[in-house]
Design a binder for this molecule. Structure first.
Ligand SMILES: [Mn+2]
Length: 288
């Protein structure tokens, strides 16, 4: 199964990403799945007609929300980043392997290897993270040795059967509730899969504008390809694919929209804090 996890804000990126996997990925028999947070019927319909392939939609329900509602978010990271931790539990027992892709990735070549590569007893396969921060620092922050393999969480091959049997979702939320993390979902995945991660070549997750001839999956880790600020050489490939989707005529997102999103996020965050406090007070009351 190929899966991603999105809210409404990422519907366009997910539609184009899945379309790229459908057209370029050479995976005709793979089931496509979207774990959605608050998607409307109209969003799903738009995505379906854009990808031109059947898609299994799973809605995040109240029980799942309970796990993620109060976890740390930023204007760039909504709570849906945590949904990937729930994926193996939601897709059903018959799915033993999940290839997870961030919505901000683009498949430009044959990705069938990810569905057959032997995991050799590992929990996860992933690609080394590339970013502004040094990996040694990121490792140290989560209590690991400097040289430990730290992977990016945007492209993952997950042994879903193992994940379920070892109750990894529960363990990840225990960790998330116990202490703050800089890169929450990614730090926790790296901790849980410590010493049990298969390292994939960089071409499976080309981050930070990295240009290589053999790239199979591009990851827009900086500005998103549907924004005016994007300077990625593969933005044109994204827009070419988008031209045959329901978002063909959508204007590129502007800096100003991003500012409004930031303001919206801080208001929502404050509201959630109030709600959380109120629920705690009420609980105490009812206990008296
Ligand atoms: Mn990403």
């Amino acid at each position: 199964m190929l899966a991603c996890c999105i809210d409404r804000n990422y519907a366009e990126l997910a539609a184009v990403m899945l379309r790229s996997a459908h057209l370029n990925g050479n995976i005709p028999d793979v089931e496509f799945c979207i774990l959605g947070d608050g998607l409307r019927a109209s969003d799903k319909e738009k995505i379906r007609t854009s990808v031109e392939r059947p898609i299994t939609f799973i809605d995040i329900d109240e029980a799942m929300l309970g796990e993620i509602r109060y976890l740390k978010t930023t204007n760039a990271w909504s709570r849906v980043i945590y949904a990937r931790l729930l994926l193996p539990d939601c897709v059903g027992e018959n799915h033993s392997r999940i290839v997870y892709l961030d919505a901000d990735t683009l498949v430009v070549g044959d990705m069938s290897y990810l569905f057959t590569v032997p995991l050799e007893g590992n929990l996860i396969a992933g690609v080394r993270a590339r970013g502004i921060r040094k990996l040694a620092d990121m490792n140290r922050e989560i209590g690991r040795s400097d040289g430990a393999f730290y992977f990016n969480s945007g492209v993952l091959v997950i042994d879903a059967a193992k994940w379920r049997s070892e109750k990894m979702s529960e363990k990840s939320f225990e960790l998330l509730n116990a202490r703050p993390f800089s890169f929450p979902d990614q730090d926790v995945l790296n901790l849980l899969a410590d010493g049990r991660t298969l390292q994939l070549d960089g071409r499976w997750n080309a981050q930070m504008m990295e240009e290589r001839a053999d790239t199979v999956i591009v990851h827009f880790t900086k500005a998103k390809p549907n924004s005016e600020e994007c300077r990625h050489p593969q933005q044109s490939a994204y827009l070419a694919l988008r031209a045959d989707t329901a978002w063909a005529d959508a204007p590129l997102r502007t800096k100003r929209q991003r500012r409004w999103k930031r303001i919206g996020h801080s208001i929502r965050k404050r509201w959630l804090a109030i709600r959380k406090r109120w629920l705690a007070i009420r609980k105490r009351w009812l206990a008296v």
